[in-house]
Write a protein that binds this ligand. Structure first.
Ligand code: GLY
Length: 290
């Protein structure tokens, strides 16, 4: 089977908050240049997803891992999940702190009895696994929070908030896996739960996988990732499923984007907002959605 991969680094109204198209394209292509050869060499979908997400979490341009936005109390709380399509198994962490790669915790939980852990539980797991404490704060995100605090967080979200990252992979064995990781919406209440570690934002089965980015509440309200995968399972093509689901979301003024892939190797994406920061390798070449 020809491996396929699509990744995203968020969605939004403009590309300006990320420094223009070229730097974003460069960051995304660097991930594809590393991960696609792994897939050609026989890497499993889950390992490719974890590697792609780790690279995106480590890039401070995106709102996940290093460079995550701050919540209203000035803390960073991150969420990440993985869904293995073959086993239809979801795992993730919600509002985890002081860890470099939340996606690693999500991967570890794939084989656990308790597959979604929130704040204290994920901190305990981090300790158990001996993962070093890490501060994902960057000067840029801190400055943004300090500025916003002056007006008591009147903006709906941080400028960079739509920088959630994700990856959907079809490996050479025909297996699909999807991963998503986020710092959240930015300036939110303590305890707010993102869509990224729920099946609304990250879902896969044997036939299709979807990762979402954008306003978490809108993605939750649409149950978007699951909605698209179920439509494919019930017989729609991936493109039809994405188009119908996006049309419905637009009619309800939602604000998000999604990347999608199916077991036949079809790649698709959709958005209700102007820009989706995504790139893919279709087996022949790298392309982007910018
Ligand atoms: N989609 C990320 C969030 O809203 O938290």
């Amino acid at each position: 089977m020809q491996p396929k991969i699509i990744i995203h680094g968020g969605a939004g109204s403009t590309v300006e908050s990320k420094g223009g198209y070229e730097p974003v394209r460069k960051s995304l292509f660097a991930v594809l240049e590393t991960v696609y050869p792994m897939l050609l060499d026989g890497a499993k979908a889950i390992d490719a997803v974890v590697k792609a997400c780790q690279m995106l979490e480590d890039d401070p341009r995106f709102n996940a891992g290093t460079g995550s936005v701050l919540q209203s109390d000035g803390q960073i709380r991150m969420s990440a999940s993985i869904m293995d399509g073959d086993r239809q198994s979801f795992s993730g962490v919600i509002n985890t702190v002081r860890v470099k790669n939340p996606i690693e915790l999500a991967k570890h939980l794939q084989t656990s009895d308790d597959r979604v852990l929130s704040d204290y539980g994920s901190a305990e797991l981090t300790r158990e696994l001996g993962i070093p404490i890490y501060n994902p704060l960057t000067d840029e995100r801190l400055a943004e929070w300090v500025e916003e605090r002056k007006t008591n967080f009147t903006r709906k979200m941080a400028d960079v908030a739509m920088g959630t990252i994700g990856a959907v992979v079809l490996d050479r064995y025909g297996s699909i896996c999807v991963g998503t990781s986020t710092g959240g919406r930015g300036f939110e209440r303590i305890g707010r739960v993102s869509d990224s570690a729920t099946p609304a934002g990250n879902y896969a089965n044997k036939l299709a996988g979807v990762s979402c980015t954008g306003v978490g509440e809108d993605i939750l309200d649409e149950g978007f990732a699951t909605r698209v995968v179920v439509r494919v399972t019930d017989g729609m093509t991936l493109q039809q499923a994405v188009e119908k689901s996006i049309t419905e979301a637009k009619s309800r003024d939602r604000d998000f984007g999604a990347i999608c892939l199916d077991a036949n190797g079809a790649i698709a994406w959709g958005k209700t907002c102007p820009v989706l920061f995504a790139a893919y390798h279709d087996g022949e070449k790298m392309q982007d959605t910018l």
